[in-house]
Design a protein around this ligand. Structure first.
Ligand code: PLP
Length: 404
């Protein structure tokens, strides 16, 4: 099936208006698609009201739009029910929600397993839980290329394990985690599994039922939707068992001076006014993404990343981080140029119109594992083209000429 990135690019207003920008920081934030922009504009102009509380017509329209976004998100994730989708402000909020709500049920002697390849969003909340509840953290071993070593899962997933919190795909190496053996190991000891899908969800529809996990967290802004919104999917069996995290309007059954009962999920976890228009934008973006031909889109981005990897490997003094093979690998490429700080590389590349990120990528434990302070990262979306790779490579040659 043929795919034309230039055509896709036309659906992204910022890129359509700036033909000289080589935007290769998609792992940080994807560009907003027009489907989401149009949905947000339409909602704000015609349906703006608070949700799940008003009985007038406009409020009912807002309710319908908000719940439609929940159904669209559920469809993208192949959730069994829309009630399994909790809107949050993003992956970080989703993971913190689990760390607090599920964490509330844990105590000394219980263990949470995670890895050194996690983004800080799936690392720090568990350290904070350790402080609050005295749980023990265990780290899933990594192979030398930064992938999880699936042959040694039993070193971290012990009979005391209550939750495995692991990234679906690394924001540094792009390595996709094979979740099946992790889910099997967790099930064998009665532990739940949370997958951090912040990097994976924008590369095509996700099937949470096939993954077999209990919780799946992701952010809208990385999936071409507005900022300030994301979701926590939780299997009904897992969400039903959780106490609320935040208290406030919308999450209650009945409140008296003596006590409060709580609403059923997902509302139990959506205290206060949610990000309504942003959720509508997220639903529209996911609905649009759902209709795309992902085989062709993934082949395109993989081809760009593979070409970049091959050409980078030939540059003198360039060290790649992460796996070299393209098995289960997202189009994310991290590297260092010997003797040049990643920030300097990024600043000079900016002069070539190339936007890439440099630094520790909110993954300092992984940087420590690799023994580097940081890295430059180029990350692709389907609107990227060979011209973006050309510009990055030309820019890097200029960086080496100027800074070496
Ligand atoms: N997890 C991973 C793997 C990420 O890459 C990111 C963001 O880069 C996050 C979590 C946090 O996402 P957000 O900042 O949108 O909450």
């Amino acid at each position: 099936m043929s795919f034309h990135p230039a055509e896709w690019r036309k659906h992204f207003p910022l890129l359509a208006n700036d033909s000289r920008l080589h935007y290769l920081d998609n792992a940080a934030t994807g560009q907003l698609c027009e489907a989401a922009l149009d949905a947000v504009t339409h909602h704000e102009l015609t349906h703006r009201a608070n949700v799940l509380r008003g009985t007038y017509r406009l409020a009912e329209l807002a309710d319908a739009a908000y719940e439609n976004a929940r159904r669209q998100t559920a469809a993208y994730l192949n959730a069994a029910s829309a009630d399994e989708v909790v809107f949050t402000s993003g992956a970080t909020a989703s993971i913190n929600l689990v760390a607090h709500a599920f964490g509330e049920t844990l105590g000394a002697g219980d263990e949470v397993a995670l890895s050194l390849a996690e983004h800080h969003s799936n690392f720090v909340p568990w350290q904070m839980l350790r402080e609050r509840r005295g749980v023990t953290l265990r780290f899933l071993p990594l192979a030398a290329d930064g992938r999880l070593d699936l042959n040694r899962l039993d070193e971290a997933i012990t009979p005391r394990c209550r939750l495995v919190a692991v990234t679906h795909a690394s924001n540094v190496t792009g390595a996709v985690t094979d979740l099946a053996p992790i889910v099997a190991a967790a099930r064998a000891v009665g532990a739940r599994v949370l997958a951090d899908g912040a990097q994976a969800a924008q590369h095509g529809p996700v099937d949470v039922q096939a993954l077999g996990v209990d919780f799946y967290a992701f952010s809208g802004h990385k999936a071409f939707a507005p900022t300030g919104v994301g979701a926590l999917w939780g299997a009904a069996r897992a969400l039903d068992a959780l106490p609320p995290f935040l208290g406030g309007g919308g999450m209650i059954g009945r409140v008296t001076a003596a006590e409060t009962s709580y609403a059923a999920p997902p509302r139990r976890f959506e205290a206060g006014t949610p990000p309504i228009a942003q959720a509508v934008g997220l639903g529209a973006a996911l609905d649009w993404l759902h209709a795309q031909s992902w085989l062709a889109l993934r082949a395109h981005t993989a081809q760009l990343a593979r070409r970049l990897l091959d050409e980078l490997a030939a540059l003198p003094g360039l060290a790649l981080l992460g796996p070299r093979d393209f098995q289960a690998r997202l189009p994310v490429v991290a590297f260092n140029l010997d003797g040049i700080h990643p920030h300097d590389v990024c600043q000079l590349l900016d002069q070539h119109g190339v936007a890439v990120r440099g630094g520790h990528h909110c993954a300092q434990p992984l940087m420590d594992f690799f023994g580097v302070p940081g890295a430059v990262r180029a990350s692709f979306a389907p609107y990227n083209t060979e011209a973006d790779v050309d510009a990055l490579l030309a820019g890097l040659k200029d960086v080496m000429k100027k800074l070496r």
